[in-house]
Design a protein around this ligand. Structure first.
Ligand code: NAP
Length: 345
């Protein structure tokens, strides 16, 4: 039994990851229908083949060739599915690009996702790491999702609590689930509140709105402010390949935080509800001397030290080398272990 014609062999992935790292997938399929997943799941030639679910490739470090099957979620569609007194419920296919989807909700007058504009990637990838920016995270607006379970062949619905959302984390990331390619998220439903309030507590957002003398901003105006900030600080992957924030912001216990402030009184810190304290990874990297510094073809971006950039011709090995150098210097200087945000394949 041959593989279906829509399964590509030796597929070049270099243009399918925003860090533009070289690598090929032994097998690659654009998934526009769950029936394709059912077929691949049962195919005898694929019984022992490793799988990886790919969205926009914006949170991925490709470490050479992948000797498995890449499932690229490419289904499309978005619609208002319900409305009640408190909210609009909007559903989008996993393969929809995130940013145009957010703009579409705003054009329709449904505020709620505006702080998350311009995040690269797809709708289907957004719950995996519970994307967040400027005081809002996906979990705040999430209603439910559908995933195809490659282990059982069933379509499974996940409500908010089932996803076990945490800081840039979810059940889909835990225990290597994303590396096993078990759940393929085919659509996501968002709950967008009718009693919308702007979230402007992040300094950059407040300053941008102030600069335009915007006192009571609309969702559209918050979106414009976030777009302006992001365009100033973050490199466009089309021009300078990158995967957004490369390290997670470390969260340390209160005692470690106190010890750190005693030594570094200017260190930015954000107390969490559970008593722990979030540190700014970008600040730690900058203080360790890595802002705008490179190792071979890989560097930490000159305007935002948290973003690792491929300055041209880098491989996954180059990225690992630079990542380890940054981690070592931050650890030596602050005793804090940085954890990378992207997935390594
Ligand atoms: P920033 O303003 O330079 O601040 C550095 C860090 O401090 C941020 O990462 C943020 O944590 C935290 N922070 C700042 N103000 C805060 C407040 N009022 N309350 C709690 N925490 C605060 O940050 P930035 O690097 O320019 O990023 C701005 C926002 O966009 C952040 O939310 C960031 O996560 C998000 N972003 C995410 C990515 C990605 O790839 N994941 C890429 C670019 C930007 P948090 O990260 O927890 O918000």
């Amino acid at each position: 039994m041959n593989l279906p014609a829509w399964v590509e062999r030796h597929a070049d992935l270099s243009s399918r990851n925003t860090l533009a790292l070289p690598g090929r997938a032994a097998l690659y399929a654009d998934i526009t229908d769950a029936a394709q997943l059912a077929l691949l799941r049962e195919h005898p030639m694929l019984a022992r083949t490793r799988r990886f679910v790919l969205g926009g490739g914006s949170n991925l470090v490709l470490d050479g060739d992948f000797d498995g099957l890449v499932l690229h979620v490419a289904n499309r569609g978005r619609r208002l599915v319900a409305e009640d007194a408190d909210a609009w419920y909007v559903n989008a296919a996993g393969g929809e690009s995130w940013h145009p989807f957010v703009l579409w909700t705003l054009e329709n007058g449904w505020g709620g996702l505006e702080n998350l504009v311009l995040i690269p990637g797809t709708v289907g990838a957004s719950p995996v790491q519970n994307i967040g920016a400027y005081g809002l995270e996906l979990a705040d607006r999430f209603h439910s999702l559908t995933a195809f379970d490659m282990a059982t062949g069933a379509a499974v619905r996940f409500e908010r609590n089932d996803c076990r959302f945490a800081y840039r984390d979810s059940i889909f990331k835990r225990d290597g689930q994303h590396l096993e390619g078990r759940y393929v998220i085919t659509d996501v439903t968002f709950r967008l509140p009718k009693n919308w309030l702007p979230i402007t507590r992040y300094g950059d957002v407040a300053a941008e709105l102030d600069a335009h003398k915007t006192k009571a901003p609309s969702p559209q105006q918050v979106a414009e402010a976030v777009i302006a900030i992001r365009q100033r600080k973050l490199p466009d992957p089309e021009l300078l390949p990158n995967a957004g924030s490369f390290f997670q912001n470390p969260i340390v216990d209160a005692e470690s935080a106190r010890n750190l402030f005693a030594l570094h009184p200017r260190m930015p810190h954000y107390p969490q509800a559970d008593g722990r304290v979030k540190l700014a990874a970008g600040w730690l990297i900058e203080q360790a001397g890595w802002k705008g510094r490179s190792l071979g073809p890989v560097g930490m971006y000159e305007k935002q030290a948290l973003v690792l950039v491929n300055q041209g011709g880098a491989t996954g090995t180059d990225v690992r080398r630079a990542m380890e150098a940054v981690r070592t210097e931050v650890s030596t200087r602050f005793g804090v272990q940085l954890v990378p945000e992207p997935v390594f394949l």
